[in-house]
Design a protein. Structure first.
Length: 170
């Protein structure tokens, strides 16, 4: 039996909270996993501070593209077949979609990791993110978009060069 939680009924233990039948969440992949209990108040603060859009790497890339005279849409919503997606940086006329992927959230081979706490939640969650990326890429390509994915740690100038090459070809 696990350690008793403070301020909880005597029958409730940390092991009970990790029981998938008690508190769980369904990921986009359909996997049902235990709901992750925050390991600390600091972890909660960090998690809440994560942004879906307008991250620093996105801002650096967009700023560089704008200085080079490129005009685009940010956080651009698209229906591609059955997939609905917000494109980080979109060039709708040329059908070029750019995603700036975070190393942690998208499983960068160089910097990505699986946390040691709440592994039963995070391992399938991060896998589901990568599977969703593949579905999104496929749906956008099927709809005629060129998809470019860059890592947050990548050089914005190199990414801007790849984007400009794609825009010239399209």
């Amino acid at each position: 039996m696990g350690r008793k939680l403070p301020d909880s009924p005597p029958s409730e233990t940390r092991d009970d909270l990790r029981d998938p039948t008690r508190r769980s969440v369904t990921l986009t992949s359909g996997a049902r996993v235990p709901y992750p209990e925050p390991s600390s108040k600091a972890a909660t603060k960090v998690g809440r501070a994560n942004r879906r859009a307008d991250t620093k790497p996105e801002q650096r890339l967009r700023s560089l593209l704008h200085r080079r005279g490129r005009r685009f849409r940010k956080d651009y919503f698209v229906h591609a077949g059955a997939v609905r997606v917000h494109i980080d940086v979109a060039f709708p006329r040329q059908h070029v979609a750019v995603f700036v992927d975070g190393c942690y959230w998208h499983g960068c081979g160089e910097h990505g990791s699986t946390p040691s706490r709440n592994r039963d939640y995070w391992a399938p969650k991060l896998l589901a993110n990568r599977e969703r990326d593949d579905r999104v890429d496929g749906a956008l390509k099927e709809a005629g978009w060129i998809v470019i994915r860059v890592w947050e740690h990548g050089d914005p100038a190199v990414a801007a060069g790849r984007i400009e090459d794609a825009l010239r070809k399209h």
